[in-house]
Each structure stands twice: as structure tokens, then as C-alpha cells.
Design a protein around this ligand. Structure first.
Ligand code: PHE
Ligand code: ZN
Length: 895
């Protein structure tokens, strides 16, 4: 673990940087050392002979010189391969003409000019537990090549700037592997001797090898079609084991919505006549955007109302969209090198966030995304693992699929849209594709397309790609009645991070509105800054929100013609990924909570108040004072809860307290026990004082209608379940009865699981019985069993370490399946108290499990740290991070 931890920190050349890499000294790779490849691959023809014991891979590559007159050796990556033969231009290469080490095959003196190379290797997918390269999952063959897994299939220049056209011929037993899939179009198939058959696929688009995919096995498909904006009919297929087919309808719906959305919003049309999605139970990450053959882990495709929650439905919509959107942002235009990961991931995460917003409720989606950023990414950016969204060096690329590259990267993309508006952003995207379709490019290329399309120059904006750490922006305001001027003084501070002691000021777009004493937005007419007056108008229409371009260490912005002292609504919609520290008073915040036209900031005002409250109670707790809840806070939440005009899901979010992780991230010394005690106290006290309103919300939000995944129904269930969770914290017989009743009468998983979560808050027989009943009901469904594991793993009941230890030995648990590891072990690491047990038993337990896991699948610790903690605890021992309330995958309704 420590080695991996070290690998994430860019601290200058490692001792191994100049030596020939060995297993124990992997080489550190630096962005500044990037060189174009010496050789290009024009076409790649692959042939797989799939077998139970061994698989033979033949790769025929047309090679051409990348740089004029190159004569350097051709180094190919390779890992766990058995080399059978190499031919150059048809002639077997003698063994003194190449070298092989555990990571490379080097052709010492390749011919000048264009030549053909044929390499035959043998691999053993059935022994591959890393789930990278070609491996087996429940009997089927499947590949995962991003980031550097293709080298486990054959020797290759495994880097994204080597783009080629591929064909893939797959040969295998017809009964065992009736379905043979790869990228592109199926151009030939047929039977062979000995009960075998074959399929030949051709992908007409150039691609890097990380987008290659092959799937073979016993699968069936749901088929549908989509007619594109230019009238082409695309066949859509989702492949799963036969019994799961009925659970693919929501995924198919999501895919068609995504295809339509990308045409409408970005003018991007799908470019082949076939699009396949394959479901695989064993998968390290969420899903993978292989060209026309996306691979997904089961939980992100399979859903039925009985077995999947609203959270699952939403995740499926978002991730199906995400992988589909990669076809343009990632595949058609790809990354020059892995340092540019955020170019495709930040942009595509942004695109999937926008897609989900457009199909659901924008404010609620924004709140969810910002909460995740704060709970997972902020702690990473403030700890020893801090790295810029574009890192400066890496050893294992797998470690960089982090909340920083993805979530903060998406925020950076969002800032372009905030500055240029939807149409300016679209112009930038159009220019990006016009310039770079078919290329492997850098973050600077994206920046240049955005700026050029908008005739803009954004000084300091590129710092977002190179400086780590979350900037803090301080705002102080003043009003001068005589001159009717309202001033905002802004100052910024980017904290030092490992390897980056000094920081430059960044370009920070701060969206601002001014709210008058009646709660209405004031029209903004002009601002004075930088010695210049800027008139604000929008074709004669008044402007209510303006984006301040804050780009120096300190800057003052003066709003003119402001008739009365306003309450400023700052950073509307969370216009930049920063920490805001303003001089708004408590009464300003209550005023914004009640009145702000920017709904995000209404929620935010409530959160700031809740944080302040939590901090002061933590101090009281630490000084052993009696805890008491401020009545203004209770009244504020009561008003929100009673509102009939607010969106119900918004209400559910607004009455949910900030997560423990978020609070601890803001403390100089984290105190998990104090934060947990305070959060539990507030929860119970609110439940006690708002009991009647909470009960009313539960009863009035029941519904006898059949399950539907649409915003109104989701919002109704969200509010009901949140209120039930509050009530259950009281641990009173009447609410236990109520929760039991909800549990028994539920007709969908969203409500059933929420009731189970409510019941399992309190130790005792009712809890035990409910958990057992749920397991007995669902033991056949491994995705539901994963939820059951997660619920218990995240529990804060006393002595939970021993419980989790027992669950490790449960017959349904399997150390080789990432979903189960993620639910039980990852869930445990996100538990509010047990993981941080004072006797160290939680950490000891994790240490032992990690040692076991590492032997099976080394990707697991980065993968589940990032997904459940996004760079949490282990990476930040000084500020132990906890999972926030309402984590999507774990227990949504544990508050
Ligand atoms: N590129 C994948 C996605 O966007 C994530 C992934 C990374 C999957 C690495 C596998 C390996 O969803
Ligand atoms: Zn992605």
C-alpha cells in the first residue's frame, strides 16, 4: 500500500526512473518526457483462438515510421505473455534480432520504411484474476484494456497516440461460446471443423488499443433500434445471460435517450450501424466505452422495480449515457497520453451530468454532484495524495482514475460553459471536433478550441490543469448608500500541496446575484472593476446573475445603481470548484434559504448553516458540554419540510445534514467520534421536534401506483424515505411499527430497502429479523445481496467490526467479485464509527483484507478506495474521511 501511495505523489524522479524497470521498481513516467512514437501502426489484424486452457493470439501489424528516417529499436509492451513467434515481412525473426523481458519485446533493427510484423503469443485467460486484458467471467471471455491492459493480450505499443484500424477474427467452440463479439461491423461468420465457429469483425474507425474489446460466450440480447438525425437506422443490442434479459429495458431506454440527447444538444450522431452493450458480473470499474462494444458491470445495466432502487435507475441512466458519450469525447477524439485523461473523462463526466440534469431535475442533480465533490474530492485535494487534474507523473495509471481527474475535471469543463454560455460552449465543442476528429490530443487543444471559438483569452485558466489543491475564495461586502454602490472584495488562496509549495492565482468565474429586501433579484446594470465600467445587458433584457471573472490574488467588483443594501447570492449554481468563505451573516443565510431564486444556493445556505451548527456542537461535545439545538435551525427546516411549492427531492436534500466526511474535511484535526455523536444528536433532535411533520410526509407520500422512474415519483419516494430515516432514529415503538409496515408493504426496492435501512439503524431483535428476512427473500439475486452487505458494513451499531468480519465468511461473499468487495469492505471503510474504532480494530481488519486482495487483483484497492471514498482515509491519515450520508451505491437511506 505504501508503495502505491507513494506512486501517486509527484515528488521528482524516483530512484528507479533511469534504471531498467523491474517488478519491484516500476518506472515512473513524466508528462514532460512525452515523445511522439517512433513507429506508427496503420492496420492491426488480430486472430484469437479461444481455448479453455490457452488462447492463441496472432497479431499482424502494418508498421510505418513515425518520425522521418527513424532507425531506433521498436519497443513493444507486453505482460504475462508467452511469445511463440515473430515474423517481419513474412520471415521468422531470429532470436538475436530481438530481446524479451517481463515487460517488453524489443525488435532491435526494424527495416526502414513500411513493413509488416506478425507476432504470435499464448495467454491464459482462465488464470487471469486481475480482470484486465482477456479474462473469464462466469465462463465467458471478456476484455478490459484501458488503461494499459492491451499488453496482456499481445505485444504492442500500448499507448493512446498509436491509432490504427483493426480487424478481429475470433475462433472458438460453438456450444461453449455461441456469441462472438468485437468492435465495429460483423463482416463474416461461419462454422469450422471440430464443433468450432468463427466471426470476423472490422472497425472502420482508427482507434487506440485501449478501446479494443472482445467478448465470447453464452449470452442473449435485447434488440432495439434508433434512427439517427440523418435517418440511419442503428441496431442496438444489450447482451446478458438469458435470465437477465427482462432487466435490460431501462438500460435500453437510457441508451436511446442518450443517443437523442447528444444529437440535440451537441449535434453528435452515432457513426456505425451497430451498438452493443455487454453485461459482465466481474468488472473492476463501472463500465468501459470500447468502440461500439461497451462493457458494463451488472449493477449499471440490470434493473427491475422489485430489485433495483431509484438510485440504481439513476446510475444506469448516467453511466449508459457516459459510455455512449465517450464515442465522440474519448473515441473519435482521444487522449495523446494518459496524463490527458481528464480531457476525455472530465468532459464526459460533465456531459453525463448535463444529460441526467436535462432528463431529471437540474438543481437536485447539481446538489448531488457538488456533495460528492466535497465529500470525496476535496479531502483528496487537501491531503498527501493531492494531484492536479492533469498529473505530472505516474507509475501505475490505474491509480489516476480519481475524483480529482474525473469530478474536478468535470467542474473545470463546466466553467467554460459558465463563462461562454450554452451557445458559446457549443461553438467551442464544434470547433474541437472540426479540428481534432480522428486525433489523439491534449488539454491545451481543448482549451484552444473553446477560447478560439469564443474569441476569448482566459488568463490563468490553464492553472486549473496544473495546480492541485482547492482554492479558497474570501468575500467581503460593503454598501454605500450615498453612491448606491455595492462592493464585493474577493481574495483567493490556493493551498500548498505535495511538490507544489507556491501557487499562482487562478481564473475563477464567480456567478453573483443581488437579492433585495423583499427576496427578489435586483436587475444588475453595471459593474466597476479593473478600472473599467462594464455595462450589463442582455439585448435590452435585465440581467439578474452575472459571472465575475476573478483572476488576481485580490480584486474588487463594484455594482452600481444598487438602490438598497442587498444580500449577495454568491457562486450561484456552484460556478467554480472552490471553498467559499463569505461574510454573510446567519440572518443573511436564513434569508437566502427562504428566498434565493437560485435553488442551488437556497440549499447551500441551509448547508452552511448546518455546518456552522455542527462545528459549534463539536466544540461543545469536545468540552463535554450538554448539546442543544438552536430553534432557528429547526424552524428553518420545518418551513422547508412544510413547503408545498418546493420540489420534493429538493426538500429531501435540503433537510439532510452535510456528511461526516465533509465536516471532517473542514476540521484541522478530524475527530470522527465527535462528528458522529453530533450528527446523530442533531438527527434525533430534529426527528423529535419535527415528528408530526415527518409522519405526515411519510403517509402523504405513499402511492399505490405501479413503479415508474420519473422525476415526480422519484422525488416523492426520496422525501418519504428521508423522513422515515429521521423517524427511525428515535427508536420508538410506534416508528418501528411504521417502518416494519413500510417494509412489508413495499412493492419496489427503493421503498423496501429504505425501510430495511431505517429498521437496521437500531440494534436488537427487530433489526436481526428484518435483515434475515431480506436475505432469505433475495439470496438468489447477487446485486441485492451486495446491497445487504453494504447496509451492514456501513452501520454504526456498536461492535460492527466483528459483524463485518463474520460477513467475510458468509457463503454469499466472494473475494474475487469487485461488487461484493466494494459493498462489504468498501462499505465498511465508509462506516461512520467502526472503521475508525479507537482500538484500531477497523484499520487492522482493513490491512489484513488488503494483503489478501492484492494477491488476487491489485486494482482493487485504488478502485474501491476511489469509488467508495474517492481517495479517503488511507491517503489522509490526519483527516480521516468518512463516506457522506446517502452514498448512492451503499445505503441511500441511512441519512
Ligand atoms: N473509461 C471508463 C469510463 O469512462 C472507466 C475505466 C477506466 C474503466 C479504466 C476501466 C478501466 O467509464
Ligand atoms: Zn469515462
Amino acid at each position: 500500500v505504501s508503495k502505491r501511495t507513494a506512486s501517486l505523489i509527484a515528488t521528482g524522479p524516483s530512484p528507479a526512473a533511469t534504471e531498467e524497470p523491474e517488478m519491484d521498481h516500476p518506472k515512473e513516467i513524466f508528462l514532460k518526457d512525452y515523445k511522439k512514437p517512433d513507429y506508427l501502426f496503420d492496420t492491426v489484424d488480430l486472430e484469437f483462438q479461444l481455448g479453455d486452457e490457452k488462447t492463441m493470439v496472432t497479431s499482424k501489424i502494418a508498421v510505418s515510421p513515425g518520425n522521418e528516417g527513424t532507425s531506433s529499436p521498436l519497443a513493444l509492451h507486453g505482460c504475462d505473455l508467452k511469445l511463440l513467434s515473430i515474423k517481419i515481412n513474412g520471415t521468422e525473426l531470429k532470436s538475436d534480432k530481438y530481446t524479451v523481458d517481463p515487460r517488453h519485446l524489443t525488435i532491435l533493427t526494424p527495416p526502414a520504411g513500411v513493413f509488416n510484423m506478425e507476432i504470435v503469443t499464448e495467454i491464459y485467460p482462465q488464470l487471469n484474476t486481475s480482470l484486465e486484458g482477456l479474462y473469464r467471467s462466469t465462463g465467458n471471455f471478456c476484455t478490459q484494456c484501458e488503461a494499459e491492459g492491451f499488453r496482456k493480450i499481445t505485444y504492442f505499443q500500448d499507448r493512446p497516440d498509436v491509432m490504427a484500424k483493426y480487424t478481429c477474427r475470433i475462433e472458438g467452440d460453438k456450444t461453449l461460446y455461441p456469441v462472438l463479439l468485437s468492435n465495429g461491423n460483423l463482416i463474416e461468420q461461419g462454422d469450422l471443423e471440430g464443433g468450432k465457429h468463427y466471426a470476423l469483425w472490422e472497425d472502420p474507425f482508427k482507434k487506440p488499443c485501449y478501446l479494443f474489446a472482445l467478448v465470447a460466450g453464452q449470452l442473449e440480447c435485447r434488440e432495439d433500434s434508433f434512427v439517427t438525425c440523418s435517418g440511419r437506422k442503428v441496431t442496438l443490442r444489450i447482451w446478458t445471460p438469458a435470465q437477465d434479459l427482462p432487466k435490460t429495458s431501462h438500460a435500453m431506454y437510457s441508451l436511446k435517450e442518450a443517443m437523442k440527447w447528444d444529437e440535440e444538444v451537441f449535434g453528435l450522431e452515432y457513426d456505425l450501424d451497430l451498438f452493443n452493450i455487454v453485461v459482465v458480473p466481474d468488472f473492476n470499474m463501472g463500465a468501459m466505452e470500447n468502440k461500439s462494444l461497451n462493457v458494463f458491470q451488472s449493477r449499471l445495466v440490470l434493473a427491475s422495480p422489485e430489485a433495483a432502487t431509484d438510485g440504481d435507475y439513476a446510475a444506469i441512466l448516467g453511466v449508459i449515457g457516459h459510455e455512449y458519450f465517450h464515442n465522440w469525447t474519448g473515441n473519435r477524439v482521444t487522449c495523446r497520453d494518459w496524463f490527458q485523461l481528464t480531457l476525455k473523462e472530465g468532459l464526459t463526466v460533465f456531459r453525463d451530468q448535463e444529460f441526467s440534469s436535462d432528463l431529471g431535475c437540474r438543481t437536485v442533480k447539481r446538489i448531488a454532484d457538488v456533495s460528492k465533490l466535497r465529500s470525496y474530492q476535496f479531502p483528496q485535494d487537501a491531503g498527501p495524495m493531492a494531484h492536479p487534474i492533469r498529473p505530472l507523473s505516474y507509475i501505475k495509471m490505474d491509480n489516476f482514475y480519481t475524483g480529482t481527474g474525473l469530478r474536478k475535471g468535470a467542474e473545470v469543463v463546466r466553467m467554460y460553459k459558465t463563462m461562454f454560455g450554452a451557445s458559446g460552449f457549443r461553438k467551442g465543442m464544434d470547433l474541437y471536433f472540426q479540428r481534432h476528429d480522428g486525433q489523439a490530443v491534449t488539454c491545451e487543444d481543448f482549451y484552444a478550441a473553446m477560447c478560439d471559438a469564443n474569441n476569448a483569452h482566459l488568463p490563468n485558466f490553464l492553472q486549473w490543469y496544473s495546480q492541485a489543491g482547492t482554492p479558497t475564495v474570501k468575500v467581503t461586502s460593503s454598501y454605500d448608500e450615498g453612491s448606491q454602490a455595492f462592493s464585493l472584495k474577493l481574495s483567493q488562496e490556493v493551498p500548498p500541496t505535495p511538490g507544489q509549495p507556491m501557487k499562482e492565482p487562478m481564473f475563477i468565474p464567480v456567478a453573483v446575484g443581488l437579492v433585495d429586501s423583499t427576496g427578489k433579484d435586483m436587475p444588475l446594470t453595471s459593474i466597476y472593476s479593473d478600472g473599467r465600467v462594464q455595462t450589463l445587458s442582455n439585448d435590452g433584457h435585465p440581467i439578474f446573475t452575472t459571472v465575475l471573472q476573478f483572476k488576481k490574488k485580490e480584486e474588487e467588483f463594484i455594482f452600481n445603481n444598487v438602490p438598497e443594501r442587498p444580500v449577495p447570492s454568491l457562486l450561484r449554481g456552484y460556478s467554480a470548484p472552490i471553498r467559499l468563505d463569505s461574510d454573510l451573516t446567519e440572518s443573511d443565510l436564513y434569508f437566502l434559504l427562504a428566498n434565493d431564486s437560485d435553488e442551488f444556493n437556497r440549499w447551500e445556505a441551509g448547508q452552511i448553516l448546518a455546518r456552522k451548527l455542527m462545528f459549534s456542537l463539536v466544540a461543545d461535545f469536545q468540552q463535554q458540554k450538554t448539546l442543544a439545538l438552536n430553534t432557528k435551525f429547526v424552524d428553518g427546516l420545518r418551513a422547508i419540510l412544510r413547503s408545498t411549492s418546493l420540489d420534493k427531492e429538493f426538500i429531501a436534500k435540503a433537510i439532510t445534514l452535510p456528511g461526516q466526511g465533509e465536516i471532517m474535511d473542514m476540521m484541522s484535526i478530524a475527530d470522527p467520534d465527535a462528528v458522529h455523536a453530533v450528527r446523530t444528536f442533531i438527527k434525533k433532535e430534529l426527528a423529535f421536534q419535527l415528528k408530526d411533520d415527518l409522519l405526515a410526509a411519510v403517509t402523504s407520500n405513499r402511492s399505490s401506483e405501479a413503479y415508474a422512474f420519473n422525476h415526480d415519483s422519484v422525488a416523492r419516494r426520496a422525501l418519504k424515505n428521508t423522513c422515515l430515516a429521521y423517524l427511525a432514529s428515535l427508536n420508538e415503538p410506534d416508528v418501528t411499527e411504521l417502518a416494519l409496515n413500510e417494509y412489508k408493504s413495499a412493492t419496489n426496492m427503493t421503498e423496501q430497502f429504505a425501510a430495511l435501512a431505517a429498521l437496521s439503524q437500531n440494534p436488537g431483535q427487530v433489526r436481526e429479523d428484518a435483515l434475515l428476512d431480506f436475505y432469505n427473500k433475495w439470496q438468489q439475486d447477487y446485486l441485492v445481496v451486495s446491497k445487504w452487505f453494504a447496509l451492514q458494513a456501513t452501520s454504526d451499531i456498536p461492535g460492527n467490526v466483528a459483524n463485518v468480519q463474520k460477513l467475510l465468511a458468509h457463503p454469499a461473499f466472494d473475494m474475487r467479485n469487485p461488487n461484493k468487495v466494494y459493498s462489504l469492505i468498501g462499505g465498511f471503510c465508509g462506516s461512520p464509527v467502526s472503521f475508525h474504532a479507537k482500538d484500531g480494530s477497523g484499520y487492522k481488519f482493513l490491512g489484513e483484507v488488503v494483503l489478501q486482495l492484492d494477491k488476487i487483483n491489485p486494482q482493487w484497492h485504488p478502485a474501491w478506495f476511489q469509488r467508495s471514498l474517492d481517495g479517503g482515509d488511507m491517503m489522509r491519515p490526519d483527516k480521516l474521511l468518512l463516506s457522506p450520508a446517502g452514498d448512492d451505491h451503499l445505503s441511500q437511506w441511512t441519512l
